[in-house]
Design a protein around this ligand. Structure first.
Ligand code: FNR
Length: 371
């Protein structure tokens, strides 16, 4: 169907399922084990209800914000997803170019299909990008990658901490991974790639399961980029990250692709905010220690709930993959435009004229427990 018949982010998924190559669909859509967490990610938002305010002048509403100190047209960033060329020949460049047009931030994955420099070169002057890091067993390789990223102007280093081993994504594992295009595995840094068990396992054997808290001091010694842990799932770990002086955490279960029965990011957000307030007197959103959430976000209303509860911004993954797999760069632009329109309408209906006015009282959290 033509792009103007796409009404929401869910539509891209339905179309992608029909038009994508089976192997690519399996890799993008799959999640761990019985995919319970994957379904829960979106469902968790259904337990939160709004308490809108009436009779506020909402002629003008503004949903722009800052993320790690950088302007963003909305409190949404494009999160890191590997292997963009499985879905479209331009791979991650679709995201880079659409992000530039819409003034949003792209997080570049370690396992991009396009090379890191190709993605940086496709960016507009001044375009802000983050980098997602999988830590290699060979720390010299990791050091080189991190320092190169900093030199090229990356504004935040998101270290993935929820994947000491890749989860079992059985849909993907049933597919034999045959990278026709060697660039699909370019960044893996792994020799002896096992191609018999799907794309994810083929590209991930270099990731270090020995990564531990004590290593974070080393990261601080090799870079001045803000460090953020991606994949925090309990308040105790968020507190450790804060005490180590990191710039923030992403409350995420990797799109349900790692530990099945991990809770949703939005649920974890509630407990993190409660405990960091209680134990360190922090209030959120917080400039010094920023909370991010991802997983299952498909509507501006989902984003607004997370913002109200203390998140600085929210990551969106699969919808953009499905958008470019079906329509290329224009698809991603359309997805961002849909979110833009949803923000405008829903901010008006909530009676909030700016992101600063998206406050906790706008959400009824009585269906979510704070562990
Ligand atoms: C991911 N994600 C991910 N995360 C990461 O830290 N490194 C990576 O290489 C990848 N790769 C990846 C590939 C694909 C196909 C998907 C769907 C996801 C996880 C991603 O950053 C994010 O946590 C989730 O995608 C968010 O959930 P939604 O928006 O996809 O539901």
């Amino acid at each position: 169907p033509p792009l103007d018949e796409i009404l929401n982010l869910h539509d891209f998924e339905a179309i992608a399922k029909q038009v994508m190559a089976e192997k690519a669909w399996a890799y993008y859509s799959s999640a761990a084990d019985d995919e319970i967490t994957n379904r829960e990610n979106h469902a968790a938002y259904h337990r939160l209800w709004f308490r809108p305010q009436i009779l506020v002048d909402v002629t003008k509403v503004d949903w722009s914000t800052t993320i790690l100190g950088h302007r963003s047209s909305m409190p949404v960033y494009i999160t890191a997803t590997a292997l963009g060329k499985l879905g479209h020949p331009d791979g991650e460049l679709n995201l880079t170019r659409a992000a530039a047009k819409h003034g949003v931030i792209q997080m570049i994955p370690t396992l991009a299909s396009c090379s890191f420099d190709e993605i940086l070169d496709a960016a507009q002057p001044g375009q802000v990008q983050f980098f997602q890091l999988y830590v290699n067993k060979d720390r010299d390789i990791t050091k080189r990658i991190v320092q190169h990223a900093e030199k090229r102007g990356i504004k935040g280093l998101f270290i993935t901490v929820d994947a000491p081993q890749l989860g079992r994504r059985e849909k993907d594992m049933r597919m034999k991974f045959e990278a026709d295009d060697p660039s699909e595995v370019r960044k893996s840094g792994s020799d002896g790639v096992d191609r018999s068990q799907g794309a994810a396992r083929a590209i991930s054997s270099f990731i270090d399961p020995g990564l531990k808290w004590a290593d974070l001091a080393w990261f601080k010694s090799i870079t001045n980029m803000p460090l953020i842990l991606k994949g925090v799932q309990r308040w105790e770990d968020a507190l450790k990250a804060y005490d180590l002086g990191l710039a923030g955490v992403v409350l995420s279960n990797h799109g349900g692709r790692q530990l099945d029965f991990a809770r949703s990011g939005i649920e974890v957000l509630v407990e993190v905010v409660t405990h960091l307030k209680e134990k360190r007197g922090l209030s959120f959103p917080n400039e010094k220690f920023q909370l991010f959430v991802d997983g299952g976000v498909r509507r501006a209303t989902d984003v607004l709930k997370a913002i109200a509860l203390g998140a600085t911004a929210v990551g969106v993954g699969r919808p953009f993959l499905y958008a470019f797999s079906s329509y290329g760069q224009e698809g991603v632009e359309k997805a961002l435009q849909i979110l833009h329109d949803e923000f405008e309408m829903n901010m008006r209906l909530l009676g909030a004229t700016s992101i600063a006015n998206i406050t906790p009282d706008l959400v009824d959290t009585s269906n979510i427990s704070s562990h």
